[in-house]
Design a protein around this ligand. Structure first.
Ligand code: BGC
Length: 421
C-alpha cells in the first residue's frame, strides 16, 4: 500500500475535519423519522436475520440487530447536551473543520413558529467551534423533516419548497455571521430513492414518479435557497452534498464500458448539471465503487467488505474527483467519507489510501478544498439503526462514554503533520 507523502502538498487552508448529522447524534429529536422508527422497530428487529445474515459482521452484531431498541434513535449519545466534549475530540485530532446539520424540526417545531431556545443552542454551538478555531460547515437539511412538513407531503409538492426556503433564510439570518460554508440539502437523490423506491425510509412508498419528483423538487429547493442565501450575503459559499459511487467496467467489453458510463451519468450528471450554476462548491460523499460486467454490478468476491457489506475501495475516490473536476470545474469539498468498521481493523488503511488519493488529485491540479470524515462519532445509521459503527470516536450507548478509536488517534497525528501544526 502506498504511504502518504511526507511533504505536504495540501494547501494551507485545507479543511481537515469530520462530519455528523443532527438526527444521527443529537438524541431526542422529534420529526418524521423518529415517528417512523417507533412504528417500525419491532418489525425491523424481527426481519433483521433475513435481511442482514450475509453481512460479514453478522455474528458480531446480530444481538443488537435483533433488538427493537436498536432501531429507535432515542437519547443516542446526547450530542445535543454534550457537544463540547465531542468538540474536544476534534481538537485532539488537530482538525480545523466540522460539518453538522441543523435540525429543522427543532427550529420550527410547528409551522411558522420559531423556537428561540433552539436558535440560541445552535448559535452557541457555532460560537464554541469558532472559539476553538474550527470552521463550521453547516447542513440545513439532512434527511429529517418537521412532522408538519411531512404531513403536507414534504417534497412531493413543489409548492412546499417555500417552507424550506423560509427556514433556510431564517437560519442564515440568525446564525449567519460565523458561517462561510453551507450545504443546503444532503444527498437529495439518496433520500428520494430510499424513501420512494426502496421503501426503506419514511414515508416508505413505492413510486418511480415520486422518486423522480422529490429529487427534482429538492434540487429546485436548493436553487431557491441558494438565491435567498446569497442575497443575504454573497460571501456565503453554498453547495449541496452529493453521494457518488464510482462505477467501473470489469472488462473491456463494449457493454460493460457503456453501462458503467451510463450508471455514472445517471447518478451524478443528471443532478449536478441542474445545479452547477447554483453551486459555489461541490460536496462529495464517497463510500464505495462498483464493478460493472455487462449491464450488471458484480464486485470481486474475495475482497474486504465493511460491516455493512460495502466494497472497500477508498482509493477510487480519485477517479470521482477527476471526473467531477473535468466536467464541472468547481472546488470540491469532501463532505463525507468513511467506513462502518466496528472492530476498527480497516479504518486506518481506508484513511491512508484516501489521503494518498487526495495527494494525487492535488498534484493533478484538482481543487479539493477539504476532507470531512464520516463520522466524528458512532451514530444512528438510519434504517440499520445503531449497530453500524462509522465513528472516529466510539460510543458506548449504555454509559454514554466516548473513546477515540486507535485509527482516529493515528489520523490525528497525520493531520498534525500535514497541517504543520
Ligand atoms: C449519509 C449519512 C450516512 C452515511 C453512511 C450518507 O449517505 O449522508 O447520513 O450515515 O451515508 O451510510
Amino acid at each position: 500500500m502506498q504511504q502518504p507523502k511526507n511533504v505536504s502538498n495540501f494547501p494551507k487552508h485545507f479543511l481537515w475535519g469530520a462530519a455528523t448529522a443532527a438526527h444521527q447524534v443529537e438524541g431526542n429529536t422529534h420529526n418524521q423519522w423518529s415517528i417512523w422508527e417507533l412504528e417500525n422497530a419491532k418489525a425491523k428487529a424481527a426481519q433483521a436475520e433475513y435481511h442482514y445474515h450475509d453481512f460479514p459482521s453478522w455474528e458480531r452484531v446480530k444481538a443488537d440487530a435483533k433488538d427493537p431498541s436498536n432501531y429507535v434513535s432515542g437519547n443516542l449519545a446526547n450530542h445535543y447536551g454534550r457537544y463540547k466534549e465531542d468538540f474536544d475530540f476534534l481538537e485532539k485530532m488537530h482538525m480545523n473543520a466540522y460539518r453538522f446539520s441543523i435540525e429543522w424540526s427543532r427550529i420550527e417545531p410547528t409551522e411558522g413558529s420559531w423556537s428561540a431556545a433552539a436558535i440560541t443552542h445552535y448559535k452557541e454551538y457555532i460560537a464554541e467551534l469558532k472559539r476553538r478555531g474550527i470552521e463550521p460547515v453547516v447542513t440545513l437539511l439532512h434527511f429529517t423533516h418537521p412532522v408538519w412538513f411531512a404531513e403536507k407531503g414534504g417534497f412531493e409538492h413543489r409548492r412546499n419548497n417555500r417552507y424550506f426556503v423560509r427556514y433556510a433564510e431564517k437560519i442564515m439570518a440568525e446564525l449567519g455571521n460565523g458561517i462561510r460554508y453551507v450545504v443546503t440539502i444532503n444527498e437529495p437523490e439518496v433520500y428520494s430513492y430510499a424513501s420512494y423506491s426502496m421503501q426503506e425510509w419514511p414515508p416508505a412508498q413505492s413510486s418511480r414518479w415520486k422518486t423522480w419528483l422529490t429529487v427534482r423538487n429538492q434540487l429546485a429547493a436548493h436553487k431557491q435557497a441558494y438565491k435567498a442565501i446569497k442575497a443575504l450575503n454573497p460571501r456565503f459559499k453554498v453547495g449541496i452534498a452529493k453521494n457518488s459511487v464510482y462505477f467501473y467496467p470489469g472488462d473491456t467489453a463494449w457493454l460493460s464500458r457503456v453501462s458503467a458510463g451510463f450508471m455514472q451519468w445517471l447518478q451524478d450528471d443528471v443532478h449536478l448539471r441542474t445545479i452547477r450554476r447554483q453551486s459555489d462548491f461541490l460536496g462529495l460523499n464517497y463510500y464505495m465503487s462498483q464493478r460493472v460486467f455487462g449491464y450488471r454490478m458484480h464486485n470481486p468476491e474475495n475482497a474486504d467488505r465493511s460491516d455493512l457489506g460495502w466494497t472497500v475501495s477508498p482509493g477510487d475516490i480519485e477517479y470521482v474527483l477527476q471526473r467531477w473536476h473535468d466536467r464541472y470545474q468547481k472546488p470540491i469539498l469532501i463532505t463525507e467519507n468513511g467506513i462502518a468498521d466496528g472492530t476498527d481493523e480497516l479504518r486506518q488503511e481506508w484513511i491512508k489510501a484516501t489521503v494518498v488519493a487526495l495527494q494525487h488529485a492535488l498534484d493533478d491540479g484538482i481543487e479539493v478544498i477539504g476532507y470531512l470524515h464520516w463520522s466524528l462519532m458512532d451514530n444512528f445509521e438510519w434504517a440499520y439503526g445503531k449497530w453500524p459503527r462509522f465513528g472516529l470516536v466510539a460510543i458506548d450507548y449504555k454509559t454514554g462514554n466516548r473513546t477515540l478509536r486507535p485509527s482516529a488517534a493515528w489520523f490525528g497525528r497525520v493531520i498534525k503533520k500535514l497541517r504543520g501544526v
